[in-house]
Design a protein. Structure first.
Length: 510
């Protein structure tokens, strides 16, 4: 550590305590509300990254102030020590300090990613503060992603402020670091700032429990790094955003998705398009279109059953879209870094699983034969978790097969258009096998979890078991059996993960 680093440390701590002192003085003497003094400290702390960049010689020494304030902020949060920043909004100050401390690792000269780290911090510094202040002042169009108690209450006005301030702050950051940016033309910088600001706004909107002080800076910085280093195609990201937004808006209008489900569809769709490419994204659309169409098929016949037995109806929410597309999105991200063919097969099998499960549920409940529990073969009521029918299992196999066929056709279409072939002919056959076997295995695994460990409640109003934690009148249903954390969304996520693993294993045989 150099003498300059020591002086920089002294100045950093003096600045931080002075900032807290000003906030406390405003609260005590001028009666400024804590929600405003908290944002003052938030902006002041975030902007200090520029001071650290100017003062420190060594990047690792610059971590010390923010690392120290992780502990100090946590202590203040626990005992409500500094009233000007403790407003009951959670441990956001702690999370912000963690984010900045982690992002400081990107300041290393050998990495050349300082622009990404600072851009992520600026998006949170200005975007989040603007979202909160504008939302509180003029937020007239609220929306909620999660149930009360998990956070997620936002407003359209606040989200627009988040986007605007994030865009400006990221664009200014990229222009300052233009020499380190791989594509530093003004149009490119503005375009990338626009894309990352949209993504930062979506990330902020869908983050629960006040964790946006972690997710926004870290994920925005990661996105900037991928775009700046050329690992992620900005046009593919833009196309994925646009197409996902259009489809999500149409699905919301048609009542296939609620507002949280629409945002979830944008998140998963954009991720898959951006990380995997158009073949991957179009395969997701095939799943979404067919499953949504089946949800509407004979909807009146299924309406009463959905109200009594199933945790959720045909209008999908955030949890359902992430449960169905989350594994696929993670596989697309993995394929971006490690383009192995078996990851493509795992992706196809994951989508085949959720498609098979959807087809089995939507068509199986209409079977004229009584369903039987997968573990014992005992006849049970229609809609019972873990129940299967011959008709539903056949539908599941066809749903998985459809995804495999669409994947093969898309890959063939790419070859006809002159693009390099991703798979050999034998591997395409393996991909079909991965879709059918992995998809069906995943759907059956879903039923197995439903019959054994999925959480089940009892509805006194209907005198039957149900997946619903709360009845339609809002009353809580007593817990009956299963693991409390393993609801239907968790079962779908684990099943798609299992199907992906089986599909990858089948593909590797070829």
């Amino acid at each position: 550590m150099t003498s300059r680093d020591i002086i920089a440390l002294i100045i950093s701590f003096a600045y931080a305590f002075a900032l807290l002192g000003v906030a406390e003085a405003l609260r005590i003497f001028f009666k400024v509300k804590p929600e405003y003094t908290r944002k003052l400290v938030h902006i002041g702390a975030g902007m200090w990254v520029w001071g650290e960049l100017a003062l420190f010689d060594n990047w690792w020494a610059a971590i010390i102030p923010f690392a120290t304030f992780i502990l100090l902020n946590y202590a203040s949060y626990r005992v409500q020590l500094v009233k000007s920043v403790e407003t009951g909004e959670g441990a956001g100050t702690v999370y912000f300090a963690i984010s900045v401390a982690l992002l400081t690792f990107l300041w290393q000269p050998s990495l050349g990613l300082t622009y990404a780290a600072v851009g992520g911090v600026m998006a949170m510094t200005w975007g989040d503060a603007a979202a909160a202040l504008v939302g509180q002042a003029i937020g007239r169009h609220p929306y909620r992603i999660y149930r009360p108690g998990m956070g997620g209450l936002r407003s359209l006005e606040g989200s627009l402020a988040m986007f605007s301030f994030s865009f400006v702050s990221i664009a200014v950051t990229l222009l300052i670091f233009a020499a380190d940016f791989s594509s530093n033309t003004l149009l490119t910088v503005v375009g990338i700032a626009l894309l990352t600001a949209i993504c930062a706004t979506i990330i902020e909107a869908v983050t629960p429990l006040g964790l946006d002080n972690l997710t926004v800076p870290l994920l925005t910085a990661g996105l900037l790094a991928l775009l700046g280093e050329g690992q992620l195609d900005p046009w593919r990201l833009a196309g994925g955003l646009a197409l996902s937004a259009i489809i999500a808006a149409a699905a919301y209008y048609l009542r296939a998705l609620d507002i949280s489900g629409a945002l979830g569809a944008v998140v998963t769709g954009t991720s898959i398009f951006a990380f995997g490419g158009w073949t991957w994204g179009l395969l997701l659309i095939a799943f979404f279109v067919t499953s949504s169409a089946l949800s509407r098929y004979r909807a009146r016949d299924k309406q009463a059953l959905e109200a009594e037995k199933f945790a959720k109806g045909s209008r999908r929410d955030w949890g359902q879209t992430i449960a169905n597309g989350g594994v696929a999105a993670l596989l697309a991200l993995a394929h971006l870094f490690w383009p192995y063919p078996w990851l493509l097969a795992a992706f196809v099998a994951a989508l085949a699983t959720v498609n098979a499960d959807t087809w089995a549920t939507e068509l199986g409940v209409l079977s004229k034969q009584p369903p039987r529990l997968i573990t014992s073969g005992k006849p049970v009521a229609v809609g019972t978790s873990g129940a299967i029918t011959r008709w539903g299992t056949t539908a599941a196999a066809n749903g998985a097969l459809l995804i495999g066929i669409v994947a093969a056709l898309l890959l063939g279409g790419r070859a006809l258009l002159g693009y390099a072939s991703e798979l050999t002919t034998v591997q395409v056959v393996g991909l079909l096998a991965a879709a059918i076997i992995g998809g069906l295995a995943g759907a059956l695994f879903d039923s197995l979890l439903g019959a054994t460990v999925q959480v089940i409640y009892y509805s006194p109003a209907h005198d039957r078991e149900t997946e619903k934690q709360f009845d339609s009148d809002g009353s809580a249903n007593p817990y009956r059996r299963g693991w409390r954390w393993l609801n239907n969304d968790a079962v779908n996520f684990l099943s798609s993960l299992f199907g992906a693993a089986v599909g990858a294993a089948v593909f590797l045989i070829f």
